[in-house]
Design a protein around this ligand. Sequence first.
Ligand SMILES: [Mn+2]
Length: 348
Amino acid sequence: MYDVSSMSKPTAAHPPDFAAALAEAAHLVHRGRRFLCAAHAPVDGDALGAMLVTAHGLTALGKEVVLLSPEPIPARLGFLPGADRVLRRLPRGSRFDATLVHDTGARHLLGERFPEREISGPLIVLDHHAVSSEFGDIGVRDASAASTGVLSWRLLGELGLREQDMSPALATALLTSLVEDTGWFRYSSTNPEALRLAAACVAAGASPWGLALELEESSSPASLRLLRLVLGTLELHCDERLALLTLTDDMMREAGATPDDVPKLVNYARSLRGVEVGALLTHGDREMYVSLRGKGRVDVARIAARFGGGGHHSAAGCTIAATDEQSRAAARTALVQAVAAALAGELQ
Ligand SMILES: [Mn+2]
């Protein structure tokens, strides 16, 4: 058995100030007793997985941990050990020595009900987004980390946890964060650290097939009905290098679908040969939410940033104000133009 904690220590490959931030965060956690774990809302597999890695690890170190997520946990993630402990709101009189914020590149993504500083204490931000603003007191940020769960584990390693201390619950949360953010080790974010940590997770009792059953083999009939409707909207632009899919409330109603049925639809747009960028346009009452996936040549986080959004090199999103058919058409045109500029190498 190899020693995961030593191999996940910061190396020269991590950002220059990463080791100092990690040490500072570990120092703050070491001194405190009671911590809040939070993430962007609603949570995805990495955000929740990373929160749970931190929570299980800090609990093993004798700390008290409260988990907070103002929106419901997606049903597909409900199996994760500890997911049932996540609170929608804090009990009165809560106070924490520090709050660990996971997988969140911007303060506003924490939601309006995120507690005031006198309740939260200082903020430690663990994040791996390419576009990550400098909010928080300590930023444990590394865009080369395959998932935020990896950063949670590096922090726990700094606090002295080793592979043999990994409980099956922690290992399951960490492996979930890894498979969700690397697309089961297919995306360019897959690196040696991710694969070594995955091996450690399996050695500690996490089950890849068990996770696959929960995450990939548990679709609802409604999600397939929704897929059929959304695939019918396929449009190709930019010499068939941009594929657009559209999702409306009417389709959601017709399919009997829930928000849990939506996240993977955008991957079908990218899956076409020759397509560089896949996009899912979700029509809301007052805005259009754009989910973008790239194949690597184009930085879709940059395209999203043009519209005030963000994300990763190959997976990003943004929201464009659009209240009616006309403004939605304008938003769509602006998006197609931004992708065309990016494909031409002109978007800086
Ligand atoms: Mn993530």
